[in-house]
Design a binder for this molecule. Sequence first.
Ligand code: FMN
Length: 189
Amino acid sequence: MKVLGIMGSPRVRGNSDILLSQALAAAKEGGAKVGKIILDRKQISGCKDCKKCNKTGICVIRDDMSEIKEKILEAHVIIHSVPVYFWSMTAQMKAYLDRWCVFFDADWNWHTIYYPQMHGKRIGLITVCGDPDVHTADPIVHSFKSTVEMTGMRWLGVVMASAAEKGEIANNEAALREAYELGKKAAAP
Ligand SMILES: Cc1cc2nc3c(=O)[nH]c(=O)nc-3n(C[C@H](O)[C@H](O)[C@H](O)COP(=O)(O)O)c2cc1C
């Protein structure tokens, strides 16, 4: 099992990163091969909606999304982790997600070349918000869950946590346990 972590916060070793690392450690313990991509260290431009990929399955933009795309294809499970910025996801995560356009044709069906690897892929999500109400992150959950439902992927699960200061989540045993359980689930077939 290959589990890929996508880290959408610019704060390396911050709350989203801590929970993602916890999930990936559990997945590794469960026998999975794990990897992590820190989006903030990559160059990812926004989708141009030029529609060229609708026909070719190849994006016209030459940036780090090409290598990330290969990792997405290889992974059996992808766990995204992202903080809430202005009731939404970070710009880094949104640019990455919009570039998933490359996998689809004009009718939002998987391109035939990508279908075998993408259909049925399991997708998980971790959110962190400063607000004590974790449901502040609901719009992010809606975004990822709808993508999964529309495309015939499978929902692994979600961990929603609250923390404000960098690294504060390390004191939240419940959130750490939930992230661990998500990782364990990812490693299981
Ligand atoms: C630009 C910016 C916008 C934010 N907007 C929100 C928000 O709308 N709601 C919220 O609950 N927290 C908001 N926060 C707080 C972060 O979600 C919180 O600090 C979180 O723990 C950051 O996670 P990280 O350590 O993984 O980066 C915002 C933080 C920043 C920097």
